[in-house]
Design a protein around this ligand. Structure first.
Ligand SMILES: *Cc1c(COP(=O)(O)O)cnc(C)c1O
Length: 382
């Protein structure tokens, strides 16, 4: 079953499910064993090699959802990203990184990369002239995120993939925020797609996992590095992730509806100074998001009119969302990036990136839209 013959909602439930079912069980079992009998002429199946039945099952499901030939599941999103990078970069190679990226990935590329011997050139995701200027003979890859955090921007994703192809570079993209329900980067030419499956793919804030998808050849190289660096996904977590994936479509749909309704409500409220959500016509990347995405996602950010004090008051007054980092779960979460995801940056770096101390980031859950809007209406009038 592929995206060519069924819609995404059907794919999320049925992709990679064996038919007829194994032992007639509608639910794929957890093969907890670490080691398997070797068949004549066969290879070794071992948990760290990511080729045991429950791992293969969830990997096939993830590959189908991203529309990729193959997938390898990892023990976290950072394991997916770091292993994918190791599979394409050797010491002395350089990588072009476009736009703002997730804090952990930024620390890996801005600090750790120097010790590994990778050169990193940070460029503007909107300005191809900066990509051209960064290009050197040692450049081997480009890296971007489909939607950035916390200002929810969408860079020139199609242009960057074409630039990579034109110059023989491997293109990597972190597609965690939109999920393949909204955007499938392989369809616009990306070679390797990484996810933190900890977020919306699992959707229940109760496991850590990651995945890399791509061609069979590229994924074999990632799997080889995963075998050596050891970040494979254990079968029990793989089982839970597959359970989460089956409801991905309905969850993302509900989250999108909540995010759009909240963004519109906040944009029209006189206690709010600005709202960042690509579903709003006022967002600078609205046209690009309409063109590329099947929805605008679960993440929005905004600033109250009264500055930091008003932001702190609002966070205390909201009763439905948890004040917590992370995103993509069934429960709404609210944070100030200045004290969570972007706390490691200096105040000057944050100011330059447009991340004021009063900026609030919201990850919508699947609660009733009216309840979330009412919670904000009440909290803003307190
Ligand atoms: C959370 C996140 C990661 C890291 O994932 P973990 O599962 O926490 O290792 C990477 N990229 C993005 C965009 C994220 O939101």
């Amino acid at each position: 079953m592929t995206a060519d013959n069924v819609r995404f909602e059907t794919l999320a439930v049925h992709a990679a499910e064996p038919r007829p079912a194994r032992d007639r069980s509608v639910v794929f079992p957890i093969y907890q064993g670490t080691v398997y009998e070797i068949e004549p002429g066969g290879g070794v199946d071992y948990l760290r090699y990511s080729n045991t039945p429950t791992q293969t099952y969830v990997q096939d499901k993830l590959a189908a959802l991203e529309g990729a030939e193959a997938a390898v599941a990892t023990a976290s999103g950072m394991a997916a990203i770091s292993t994918a990078l190791h599979s394409v970069l050797a010491t002395g190679d350089r990588i072009i990184v476009a736009g703002n990226i997730y804090g952990g990935t930024h620390a890996l590329l801005a600090e750790e990369a120097r010790r590994i011997g990778w050169g990193v050139d940070f460029v503007d995701a909107y300005d191809p002239a900066t990509w051209e200027a960064a290009l050197r003979p040692e450049t081997k890859a480009v890296y971007v995120e489909s939607i950035t955090n916390p200002l929810i921007r969408v860079g020139d994703l199609v242009g960057l993939a074409a630039f990579a192809r034109e110059h023989g570079l491997t293109s990597l993209i972190d597609n965690t925020f939109p999920t393949p329900m909204l955007f499938r980067p392989h369809t616009v030419g990306y070679d390797l797609v990484c996810h933190s499956a900890t977020k919306a793919l699992n959707g229940h804030s109760d496991l850590v996992a990651g995945v890399v998808t791509g061609s069979a050849e590229r994924i074999e190289r990632v799997r080889h590095h995963l075998m050596l660096f050891g970040g494979s996904l254990d079968p029990h977590t793989a089982f839970l992730l597959a359970r989460g994936l089956k409801t991905l479509a309905v969850r993302v749909k509900a989250q999108n509806e909540n995010a759009l309704a909240l963004a519109r409500f906040l944009e029209g409220h006189n206690a709010i100074a600005e709202v960042h959500y690509p579903g709003l016509e006022s967002h600078p990347d609205h046209a690009r998001a309409v063109e590329l995405f099947a929805g605008f996602g679960s993440m929005l950010a905004f600033r109250p009119a009264g500055g930091l004090e008003a932001a702190e008051r609002l966070l205390k007054a909201l009763t439905i969302p948890y004040s917590a980092a992370s995103l993509g779960g069934v429960e709404s979460l609210v944070t100030r990036p200045a004290i969570s995801s972007h706390a490691k940056m200096t105040a000057e770096e944050r100011a330059a990136a447009g991340i004021g101390d009063d900026l609030i980031r919201f990850s919508t859950g699947i609660e009733a839209t009216e309840d979330l809007v009412d919670d904000f209406g009440r909290a803003l009038s307190d």
